[in-house]
Design a protein around this ligand. Sequence first.
Ligand SMILES: Cc1ncc(COP(=O)(O)O)c(C=O)c1O
Length: 387
Amino acid sequence: MSSLVWIDIDADAPDGNLRELRRASGGGALMCAVVKSNAYGHGAREIVGLLPSADWFAVNSLEEGLELRGLGVGRPVLVLGHVPLDRLGEALGAGLRLTVYNRETVAALGRLVSPSRPARIHMKVETGTGRQGLPPEEAVSLAMAAAAVPGIEVEGLSTHFANIEDTLDHSYAQHQLEVFGRALGLLSEAGLNPPLVHAACTAAAILFPETRFGMIRAGIGLYGLWPSRETWVSAASCGNPVPALRPVLSWKTRIVQVKELPEGSYIGYGCTYRTTRRSVVGVLPVGYADGYDRALGNSAHVLVRGRRAPVLGRICMNLTMVDLTDMEPPALEEEVTLLGRSGEEEITAGTLAGWAGTIPYEIVSRISPVLPRRVVRGAAPEGVGGY
Ligand SMILES: Cc1ncc(COP(=O)(O)O)c(C=O)c1O
C-alpha cells in the first residue's frame, strides 16, 4: 500500500552510530540512547528495536517511559523530565529511573516506596544551563535526605551543558564541569558515591573526554546527525577520534499534480512567488502540519530523480509547490525526497535547518508522529554524513 508522505529508517544506522560514538569516546562509558520526543522524530517504536547495543535509554516524560516498557524494553530507562507527583507510583511500578531536583518529589517518593518497589533517582545539578537542577550544595543536601529514606537509592548524579554545540570556545563548558566537580566532591565527602555519574550529550562526548564519566546520554548522534557545524569543525580539528555518523532518516513524498503555468502566474498563499517564465510546477502533499517548516517557503529545494527542485511560494498546511521546469517532467506519484539522498544529491537536516533558520534537532523532532515510518533493511551504506 503506498503512502503519500513517509519516513524511511535505515535499519542498520542507529546501532552503527551508537557503536561509532562509543568508539570515538573511548568505550569506557555506558551508552544511554536518548529517544525522547519520538526518538527525535524518527519514531520511538521503530528506533528502540534498532539499538541492541544501547545500555540505557532516556526519555523526557513518564508517558514515553511507559511506552518503552509497553514495547518490551527491559533495559534501564531514565526519565529526564518532571514526573507529576501524583503519577510517581506509575513510574516506580514500571521501574523507571527518575531525574530529581525537587524536595516535593523526594517526599512523595518516600511515601510510595516499598522493598518491592524501590525508587532509583538521579539527582540533577544546576551547573549553569539555568534549567532543571539544583546548585551543588542544595543538590547534595537533597541527595543526602533522599538516601536516608529506606527504599530510595541515589543511583546517579547528572548535569547538562549549555553551549558545547554552539561555539568553538569551550571555556563555559569547562566552568560547568568545575561546578559539577564541586557537587561530586561534596557528595563524596558526605559519604555518598552514586554509581552513575553522567553529563555528556553527543557533542560533549565527542569533544570533551573529561565529561564522559560513567555514562554518555547520546541523542542527535545516534540519528547520524551532527549537533551543529561548530561541533563538526571542532571534532575534525581537535585530534580526537571522529565518529563516522550515518543519517538514519529519509523523508519522502510523491507528486500529486504536475501542471504548466504561464509566465506571470502567482503561486501559493500571499502570492509571494510569481513565475518569470512558462513553468512546470509539481504539487506535493506535504506541509507544515507534517513538520515541513513554513520557513522553508521560497527557500528550500527538494530532490526529484537526483535533481534539485526549488520550493515555490509559501508552504501550506498540507501542500508544497516545487519548480520542475528544468527537468524531464516527472510522472504523477513519482517519488520526491524532502530530506535525504537522491542520486548524487543530498539534502541534510543541517541544510534544511539552515534554510529554515533553526537547528537539525528541530527539523527532525517536529516531523509529524502520524506519518508512516518504514524500516528499510539492507539499505546500501551511503557514506557518512557531515553537518
Ligand atoms: C538532559 C539531556 N541529556 C542528553 C541530551 C542529548 O543531547 P544530544 O542530542 O545533543 O546528544 C539531551 C537533549 O536535548 C538532554 O536534554
